[in-house]
Design a protein around this ligand. Sequence first.
Ligand code: SAM
Length: 234
Amino acid sequence: VFIETDANVNQKIMLNEKEAHHLFDVLRTSDKETIRVVTNTSQVFLARVQQKPYIYLFDKMTVEQKAQHITLCCSLIKQDKFEWMLQKACELGVTRIVPFESRYSVVQLDEKKQQKKLERWSSIILASCKQCNRNDLVELTPIQKIETLKDFQSECNLVAYEKEDDPSKHLAAYLEKDPESITICIGPEGGFDEKEIEKLKNDHFSSCSLGKNILRAETAACYILSCIEYQTHC
Ligand code: SAM
């Protein structure tokens, strides 16, 4: 389970309604079973259930810190594709997701809808992190505009641009430098507007190619994260 606070060994914790329902009613966990608890600061504890909605933390696990911090700035795309992309990005090791509006996004959300979406996306991320046994929770930021993506920069900052045909600007070339943290922006179904690319370049994002085939945005996300994972372990 995930808890939103810091914690200590030998502490009794009250789970929120959703987590308690999942653990006690859906999984029907017994007090003989050991459960793994991850906090919002990526600490991992072992615990046992008590009376719903309480659990008791009895041990702390030492976990290896993630080597690379990966921020994926994802343009808004159609709902089902976006949600699929969130799920897969969590499985493939993203650490932060920054949704953003761009000129050719098919999806445009008003403020009220944005809040609802963020809540839904958070629960998709939580479920995916649990399903793939992660020891950390992927951060989701509020929906941004192109102009504010610079606030989420890393050591290496890229924008995936299908018109980039310089072979020295393939993603692999940037990954060879082994950056400790990386931020990559992916455009919507209709691609980036050239002015948006210019704006990002002015903000010190370098354009990068993902090969000669044009990938769908959600495929581009999977491709990028798989390449990073491969590079990290080879
Ligand atoms: N406007 C484009 C078209 O229809 O020709 C397609 C955009 S593509 C579906 C969505 C996004 O995926 C792009 O904005 C880009 O960020 C990324 N992308 C897809 N294929 C790419 C490639 N070969 N190199 C770099 N980025 C790519």
